[in-house]
Structures are given as C-alpha cells and as structure tokens.
Design a protein around this ligand. Structure first.
Ligand code: ZN
Length: 170
C-alpha cells in the first residue's frame, strides 16, 4: 500500500468510531497522531532499507517483534500522561499498517515470515517498496521527508517528556 492508502485505512475507522462514540469529528491532534502512526513503519523502514541496513523495506518497524514493544511503550506513556486516546490512535494507525501491506497473503491464510523478522529468515526482495521508482515516489525525496518528519516528532517528544517530568516532580 502507498502512504496515502495507509493513512486512509487508519483515518476512516478512527473517524467513524469517534463520530459514533462522541458525536463529533476527531481533533486535529488525533488526526495527526493517527496519520503519523499509519505511515511510521514506512518513514523508518524505507530509508533504512535504501541504506542497505535491512533486507528490504517491510521489515524492522514492519515486524511484530519491534512493533509490539513500540506500541506498548507508546500506550504506557500515553496512559501515565492521561492521553490514552492519542496513544491508542497512534497504535491503531501503526498496527493497521502491517496487515495493510500484507492483506492479500493474510486473506489467503498465509502469515508472511517478514512479519516475524528477525526471528525468521526472509526471501530476497527487490527495492524498498513497490511504490518506489522513477514513475512513482522518489526514495530520496521520501527519505528526506522521513528524516525531517521523524526529527520534528523526536524533538516534540523530547519536549513533551521534559514537560511531563517537570510536572511530576513539582
Ligand atoms: Zn509499509
């Protein structure tokens, strides 16, 4: 799936849920968090794969042995800072990304070994993603976009953690 498709796959059910449960549209913060979660695996794994640090662009953050601990840490932080709804939004976006990439094989009852990497070995795959190429998204531009986005989020998270620590110590 392309990044836009991943975002839509996450945003549509979250928006419907919030509309039905709270009778209002999701906040801008919730939309941003869900969007970020839905493309987070591609923000990390496509540039990492392009740098030849992993076998291809659907392992590492795309793999359950990494995804589950990350989601648990995010949910734990969201819980202790009373923002469980935002942590859940990120987690829903993130966790929907994985079956989104593998929906054809999963619907056929097959579990791709890539989902369990590095616990399993995986076959060789060409390129970081099917949507990468001269007539599609340029991987260098995507990598630059990824680095900028992840840097902004890391700075924002650092500021947030610092604020929460000051709040809890006072
Ligand atoms: Zn992906």
């Amino acid at each position: 799936m392309s990044p836009l498709e991943h975002a839509l796959v996450a945003l549509i059910p979250v928006t419907i849920y919030i509309l039905l449960r709270h009778r209002r549209l999701p906040s801008k913060t919730m939309l941003s968090v869900v969007c970020f979660g839905s493309v987070f695996p591609d923000l990390v794994d496509k540039p990492v794969s392009y740098a030849n640090l992993t076998p291809w662009g659907r392992v590492f953050m795309h793999s359950l042995p990494f995804a589950i601990p990350i989601v648990l840490v995010v949910l734990g932080y969201a819980l202790i800072t009373n923002r469980l709804h935002l942590g859940t939004g990120f987690s829903v976006g993130y966790l929907l990304h994985l079956p989104g990439d593998w929906h054809t094989r999963l619907l056929n009852g097959e579990i791709p070994p890539d989902l369990l990497w590095p616990l399993t070995s995986i076959p060789a795959h060409p390129g970081p993603a099917h949507w990468w190429g001269p007539h599609n998204i340029n991987i260098i531009w995507w990598s630059a976009f990824s680095i900028i986005t992840l840097s902004i989020v890391a700075i924002r998270m650092g500021m947030d953690i610092s604020t929460q620590m000051k709040r809890s110590s006072s």
